[in-house]
Structure formats: C-alpha cells, structure tokens
Design a binder for this molecule. Structure first.
Ligand code: MEV
Length: 435
C-alpha cells in the first residue's frame, strides 16, 4: 500500500491514493488491510458475486453490500385484496406490529386507499426576471410543451407527460421559479424531470429574459399524494389490554394520542417516525429512494408552518377510524427498482403493482404501523413486546441458532431477568437434555 493523503489523520492505515479507481476486488483487499475488520464483520459486508458486481455499478468506490433483514408483513387486506408486504428494516418488532394491526382491522374490511395521478414537478430557478418577463414566462406553456414533446413522447403515449407550467416569484429573493408539472406514470421520475428541466431551461431564459440559476426536480411531490383509512369496532381492541381498560377506552386513548401529535411537534416527530417505520421499510425492500420519500413526508407534515402528525384517529360512537395521507413518490420502474433483483423480488411479492398501487399499499402500511404503535403506547407500552427481541438477541449471542435460539429466548422471556450468562446456561441445559 502506498501511503496517501499527507498530513491527514486516519483511524487505520490510510487507503491508497487512487483507491476509488481500483477495481472492486482490489478495493476490498485494500479496505481489509487498512482497517481492523474481523472475519465475522467482513462477512457482514460481503455478498454473492452477483450482488457485489451490482453494487459496483450502482455506487462509486463500492466495497460490499450491507445486508438489511427482509421480512414479510402478512394479514393485509387493502381495497379488498390480500397483500403480502416485503419490509427491509434493521429494527425488531416493526414487522410484527404491522401484521398485528393488519389482522386486527381485517374483520372490519381492512384498508381503503387512494392515490392521485403520479405528477411530479421539475423546477427552473431564474434570476433577474422583470415583471414583463414573468408575464411572458407564464404565457409560454404551449412552447414548453412543444420543446418537451420529443423527450416525453413515450410517457404521453402511456397517458403521462407534460401537464402544466406554473410560475411563481419567491418573495424573499425575488427569484422566479418555473414549475414544469409532469405525469411520470410508473417511475419516480427524477431522471426524466431533471432532463426536462435542463431541456426547458434555454427556452425559459429566452422567454423571461432572466438567467437560470439551476434546474432540478422538487422532491416535495405535493401533487403525488396517497392515503389510506380504516374503521374498526372499538370492542375489537379489547385484547391485550391492561386490567380495567376496555376497547372503548383504548380507542379514546389512541385518538387522544393522535391529537397530541397535531398539537406538539416534539411528539409529532416520533409519531411520524412510527409511520415511516413502515413506509421506508417498504421503500427499501423495493429499492426505492428512501431519502426522497422521507424528505417529502416531513415537508408535508410541516406544510402549515408547524410540524404535525401525518395521521389522525377519531372515535365516532363505537367505532375508531384512522386516516393517513402524504406525498408518496414510489416507483415500480426506473432507478434501482427494476434494476436490482431484490427490488424486482419485492415487487413480485406485492403482485406487480403499478406505481399508484404501490403508493396506496405504502399508505396502508404506514397507517397500520402507526396504529399498532399508538395502541401499544396507550395500553401496555411497547417495552414488553421488545423483551422478546432482546431475549432472541441474547440467545444468538450465547451461540444458539435457528429453532434452538427460539427455545432459549422463550425460557429467557419467562425468567425474571435475562443476561448473557443466563442465556448460556439455558443453552447448555437444552443441549445437555438433547444428548
Ligand atoms: C419506534 O420505532 C416507533 C414508535 O416510537 C412510534 C411512536 O412513538 O408512535 C413506537
């Protein structure tokens, strides 16, 4: 290894100059030599040759893959259809909670969902635009349409394409923003939108007399909303409740908890984190852009100037209802979604949905996740459920695998206190009695 980056401090041996230009197997060797990465940890970064070669074309300086656990949430009835939902996530209890909520609301009809047309916005920001220029800009929609027609023709054939030009002047800086609204059909649309913005840029400069500062999509996706709702008889909540609490009281408490997330931004963040536990896990399992989905959701939550919970629950008579609506720019083609085999597998499990259907499933999942979290929080609390996962990890650390780890975890769960010593003792006992 040649020493690199003179003067820079490194926590291991420095990576060689040109590291990013070396081929992947050389980079992996250099990484392993430079840092204290043990064999098991190295395995944690490794994958099949197929996945490593995919990683190598997907990102720069690739050295491996991070294997996020993938699970399937079952029990979902969405618009009358059975759906198994793949979720990629590192946190325990999320998938179980989503399924629990899905089974709970199923007898009352499951989830009803909706989604708007998949419209996204490409933006060109223009400086030095006079009021006359702004007026000319606002009147040039037809010319923008013609300029974009060649690159959007395949989208137009499928019912998508250019829909609208909107012009606004930002009050602070006076910058004029031209929004090109484009229906991107089954894609997330980033590539197409960025190309459209750059293609329209010279025309918009000429029409407005201004100079473009930049051209890029907006991830706000506020024209691409999806939502879900469900209703449930409060008496169905009467399972797993603390003594003295009935279903009606549990329903009241869930509704109060959602009202708190409207009132208090610090609670709203955690409330929405629970929703995104579901949505981001599905986005990742289908190789969608999780950062874009998250950014849009949080911006939407703050659209009135105060950050609020994305969902609402209400009690009417003996029924609890829940509703969630948010921007969801989820794709089923383009990007890494249909490029990476894991994304394709995720879509296959979902029954090959189109993009609006995927967004509707995501909304139902987010609502289920949120409902399960609120119900647990206002009744038994979430820590009792977490003990099971803590016990499973202890069993694994003690050396138990497969069914054996489940049996060790069950004994630990029943015990008053569980630590690694207790896990080892239970495992030894189990193995002893099996001999
Ligand atoms: C944990 O990942 C998510 C919750 O904190 C969500 C919530 O508090 O609503 C349980």
């Amino acid at each position: 290894l040649s020493s690199a980056h003179p003067g820079a401090r490194s926590t291991g041996a420095p990576l060689p100059v040109g590291f990013r230009k070396h081929d992947m197997s050389a980079r992996r060797g250099e990484l392993k030599a430079a840092y204290a990465i043990g064999e098991e940890e190295w395995e944690g970064l490794s994958a099949s040759p197929l996945l490593l070669s995919l990683a190598d074309v997907m990102v720069e300086s690739a050295v491996g893959c991070i294997p996020i656990p993938l699970g399937i949430a079952d029990g979902f009835l969405i618009d009358g259809e059975e759906v198994a939902i793949p979720m990629a996530v590192e946190e325990p209890s999320i998938i179980a909670a989503a399924s629990f909520a899905a089974w709970l609301v199923r007898p009352d009809g499951g989830f009803t969902t909706w989604a708007s047309a998949p419209r996204m916005t490409a933006q060109v920001f223009l400086e030095d635009v006079t009021e006359d220029g702004e007026r000319r800009l606002a009147a040039c929609e037809a010319r923008v349409r013609s300029a974009l027609a060649p690159m959007l023709s395949s989208l137009e054939r499928r019912g998508g394409g250019f829909k609208e030009l909107r012009v606004a002047r930002l009050p602070g800086s006076g910058t004029v923003r031209a929004d090109l609204v484009i229906d991107v059909r089954d894609a997330m649309g980033a590539n197409r939108l960025n190309t459209a913005a750059e293609r329209a840029r010279p025309l918009l400069e000429a029409e407005s007399g201004g100079r473009a500062l930049m051209a890029i999509l907006s991830n706000a996706a506020q024209d691409r909303l999806a939502g879900a709702r469900f209703r449930i008889h409060a008496d169905r909540l009467g399972i797993r409740l603390p003594p003295g609490m009935d279903g009606a009281e549990a329903a009241r408490r869930v509704a109060r908890a959602s009202a708190l997330a409207q009132e208090d931004p610090s609670r709203a963040v955690t409330h929405n984190k629970g929703i995104m536990n579901g949505i981001s896990s599905l986005a990742l399992a289908t190789m969608n852009d999780t950062r874009a989905v998250e950014a849009a959701a949080h911006a939407w939550a703050a659209r009135e100037g105060q950050y609020r919970g994305l969902s609402m629950f209400a009690v009417e008579g003996d029924t609890l209802s829940g509703e969630l609506e948010l921007p969801l720019a989820l794709a089923v083609v383009g990007g890494s979604v249909d490029f990476h085999p894991a994304g394709r597998a995720g879509l296959a499990v979902l029954g090959a949905p189109d993009a609006p259907r995927l967004s509707r499933i995501a909304a139902a999942l987010g609502l289920a996740q949120n409902f399960a979290a609120l119900l647990a929080l206002v009744t038994t609390g979430i820590q009792s459920g977490h003990m099971r996962y803590h016990a499973a990890r202890l069993a694994y650390r003690a050396g138990a695998r497969g069914q054996e780890s489940r049996r060790v975890a069950a004994s630990l769960e029943a015990a008053e206190s569980a630590d690694i010593e207790a896990a080892r003792a239970v495992l030894a006992m189990l193995r002893g009695s099996a001999e």
